[in-house]
Design a protein around this ligand. Structure first.
Ligand SMILES: [Zn+2]
Ligand SMILES: [Zn+2]
Length: 359
């Protein structure tokens, strides 16, 4: 590698449950079809505290593993056989690289690769089963890289998977038609991206539900037509009132609350569609009879597939979706544990917290 690239870097290494330490670590070397990135921004995602506090299936051993999967940076070295990228390219990454040869990868469904967590097959899940971006440098396969348009910042590009997850969720349910009505449940980062995305795609009325007034207020600023604090109002009732008693054409469930999943069925119109993005941690009872007899459709989503990061970056570039209103805090790498605490406890109205490892 070039003389300008150090052999050691600072990285946040997971040493055990809730034991993330910033320390010296070898700079990784890119293999065939890989590049070395100098990381300029890495966003803390809702799954990161889970990885740190519980571990993850297929995770590398404690003491060797660097979490972090929402990052952007600059290509500083190329492994063998890389021709589509050059040193100096500004890139955002997606987290999943399928093995490329299992039946799901053959079908293009690389986020549900059947060889998940088996690096020997070529599968990678950066920040989960492969080292990620809580570091000054990371190695990524070129299939996970997306060039950042000139007018999009590294900060915003670090949020590309948040936007692309909302994009992919819409793909999985068959998209959205202009003029349709939409309810987005949960004003977390993905929900707030979903609001912007459905507006950009021509949704007629977007109703955002949640429990925090400050986040609902952000939702209103970036395009929600109606906001509902579910502590004060019955969200199903409001959705029915706002849609002439019919219910919405599409519900995008981003809260991960099992109660919200049950309510999603009640607030969808007959023939409506449900896009289930939130990761529900408990079981729920749903009105399956209504789902069946009212001819509904539902789809889940795993990560950001379909190359949707490219489409998300295009919309960032056009200003049709924005990351900036979601970015509330910045921390240097040495204060990453403070950054994670700020994010988890939502200190100071934290929504998206960005770590800058090379600041
Ligand atoms: Zn994420
Ligand atoms: Zn595969």
């Amino acid at each position: 590698m070039s003389a300008s690239i150090p052999t050691k870097m600072q990285a946040a290494v997971l040493h055990g449950i809730n034991d993330l330490r910033v320390q010296e670590f070898p700079v990784p070397e890119p293999g065939p079809l890989e590049v070395l990135l100098k990381i300029h921004a890495v966003a803390i995602c809702g799954t990161d505290p889970t990885v740190i506090s519980k571990g993850w299936t297929g995770m590398p051993p404690y003491g060797t593993f660097i979490p972090g999967h929402e990052y952007s940076g600059e290509v500083v070295a190329l492994g063998p056989a890389v021709s589509q990228f050059k040193v100096g390219d500004r890139v955002a990454i997606e987290t999943h690289k399928g093995c490329g040869h299992c039946m799901n990868c053959k079908r293009g469904k690389y986020t549900i690769c059947l060889n998940y967590g088996k690096p020997e097959t070529g599968h990678r899940h950066y920040g989960f089963t492969t080292n990620g971006g809580y570091a000054q440098y990371a190695v990524n396969h070129i299939s996970t890289l997306y060039k950042i348009p000139d007018n999009v910042s590294y900060d915003e590009a670090a949020l590309v998977t948040t936007a692309a997850c909302a994009h992919f969720a819409l793909d999985n349910i068959g998209g959205l038609m202009g003029g349709e009505t939409v309810a987005v449940l949960g004003p977390g980062p993905i929900g707030l991206m979903a609001v912007q995305l459905v507006k950009a795609l021509g949704a007629h009325k977007v109703i955002l539900t949640g429990t925090r007034d400050d986040r609902l207020e952000v939702g209103k600023k970036i395009g929600a037509d109606v906001t509902v604090n579910i502590y004060n109002q019955d969200p199903v009732k409001v959705v029915k009132e706002e849609t002439g008693g019919l219910g919405v054409d599409l519900v995008v469930e981003c809260s991960g609350s099992s109660k919200a999943v049950a309510e999603a069925i009640e607030m969808a119109a007959r023939g409506g569609r449900l896009s289930l993005v939130g990761d529900p941690h408990d079981l729920t009872t749903i009105n399956l009879r209504r789902f069946v007899l009212d001819d509904m459709r539902a789809a889940g989503v795993r990560g950001e597939g379909n190359g949707d990061c490219a489409r998300s970056l295009a919309l960032f570039s056009e200003g049709k979706i924005q990351g900036k209103p979601l970015i509330t805090h910045h921390f240097p790498l040495e204060k990453i544990n403070e950054g994670i605490e700020t994010f988890v406890q939502r200190k100071g109205g934290a929504i998206k917290v960005i770590i800058q490892p090379n600041q």
